[in-house]
Design a protein around this ligand. Structure first.
Ligand code: SAH
Length: 412
């Protein structure tokens, strides 16, 4: 009867017999588990040679002998000779060393599981009877997809120390959160959210998860930052897993630094899950590449709250792409300052409201007319303002065809 266990391979000697494709795949896994791997084979695949060159594995360039197993905890018999693999399984048996026989799993004392990792959980699937690798992988894939989609309640059942996870939810489209972000949401006892980002994701959290909305909306004032910090710390102190769901990336004009600082000061474990920032994703989704070889090779991300500061105006004048967050009300001042500094009046400007959502709207113009167009169309936050040649209408459709691409030139 076969039983499924989690083996701790870290720092333990693992011997792999064989240097072909199967051995390569498994060696990668053993190395990532932290095992001390010795590959015994007359010839190695290119992949194994690379591992050897990096010092990830030890190598014996010869055929395997029984004594190679003497100090091993675990053996993989993966030569291209089935009889030899079976003999290795027998040597392992005599030495009480666990062994996977790659040519016939029923001859070894261990079986390869199809595995996947999800945060601090691992899933493993094995066949109990006739080995069928394709089938166990299909089951693993189904379970893994279910977990990665955030569809499984991953809240801790055993009480433990409280913690805070800052999760960047991406710019709005719920498909643009990271896999780890999704998992963290499924682990949450409490979610502290505001109005930006992929708030739609909250419809999937269980009813008994406490959702605290600290966002600004037309009829309420935003909760002051020190109160948000206190909510995170207090809930974590009560032993909860608190997810702080934030729009875009937590550290891009998101005050994530203050929240992490508050946790560290309070001695609370805190993890940051980066998110896809609206500064990059919103232009991308609207068809604007923030850098483009031959058009713009540098990028400044700034906030309209800084107004028309010198760095921003200098970047515009130098032809860099400038992405402005929270810039709708400061736009007239920025345009005036740019024109005073001699920026070309026909510099393209694109403004994307509610990027990556169904309500996305793109408004285009230049320094000359963008302020008038904005007031006519009623541009409102949240919006990303992109200033620079990359915002020229039709850039990717036409103008680029003329840019040569000499062989060997570095991509910028
Ligand atoms: N941390 C966030 C930014 C927070 S500041 C991030 O990395 O994306 C808030 C500003 O972000 C808004 O005023 C707006 O300028 C911009 N923003 C966020 N989401 C947006 C979206 N979906 N569309 C347009 N602008 C957005």
């Amino acid at each position: 009867m076969t039983a499924l266990f989690g083996l701790e391979l870290h720092g333990r000697a693992v011997v792999v017999a064989g240097g072909g494709a199967v051995a390569s795949r498994r060696v990668r896994r053993f190395v990532s588990e932290g095992a001390q791997v010795t590959v015994v084979a007359p010839e190695l695949s290119a992949d194994l040679e690379r591992h050897a060159a990096h010092g990830d594995i030890a190598v014996e360039r010869r055929g395997i002998v029984a004594a190679d197993l003497d100090d091993a905890w675990f053996v993989l018999a993966a030569t291209d000779d089935a009889t030899l693999n079976d003999a290795i399984a027998q040597w392992a048996h005599e030495r009480r060393v666990w062994c996977i026989d790659a040519s016939d799993a029923s001859k070894g004392s261990a079986r390869q599981a199809a595995t996947s990792k999800h945060g601090d959980l691992a899933v493993g699937v094995i066949s109990l009877d006739t080995p069928d690798p394709g089938r166990i992988r299909a089951v693993r894939d189904a379970v893994a997809a279910h977990l990665d989609a955030g569809e499984v309640d991953l809240r801790r059942r055993r009480p433990g120390a409280g913690r805070v996870i800052l999760v960047g939810s991406g710019p709005g489209d719920p498909g643009l959160i990271t896999v780890r972000g999704r998992q963290a949401l499924a682990e949450a006892d409490v979610v502290v959210t505001d109005r930006l980002g992929a708030t739609e994701l909250l419809v999937t959290v269980p009813y008994d998860v406490e959702v605290v909305n600290v966002g600004k909306s037309p009829d309420n004032h935003p909760v002051p930052q020190h109160e948000i910090n206190a909510i995170l710390v207090d809930r974590a102190r009560a032993g909860k897993t608190v997810v702080r769901l934030k729009g875009g990336d937590p550290y891009v004009f998101g005050r994530g630094g203050e929240e992490v600082h508050a946790c560290i000061e309070a001695g609370i474990d805190v993890e940051v899950v980066p998110g896809i920032t609206s500064a990059l994703a919103v232009p991308a989704r609207a068809g604007i590449p923030v850098t483009q070889r031959g058009v713009s090779t540098s990028l400044l991300v700034t906030t309209g709250h800084a107004g028309a500061d010198q760095a921003t105006i200098a970047a515009m004048a130098a032809g860099a792409t400038v992405v402005i967050l929270m810039g709708v009300s400061a736009l007239p001042d920025i345009v005036d300052a740019a024109l005073d500094a001699g920026c070309a009046v026909d510099t393209p400007i694109a403004i994307v409201e509610n990027g990556t959502t169904a309500r996305e709207r793109v408004t285009r113009g230049t320094f000359e007319d963008i302020v008038r167009i904005c007031s006519e169309t009623g541009v409102k936050p949240p919006a990303i303002i992109v200033v620079g040649e990359v915002a020229r209408p039709g850039l990717l459709a036409g103008a680029l065809a003329a840019t040569p691409d000499p062989a060997g030139e570095a991509r910028t």
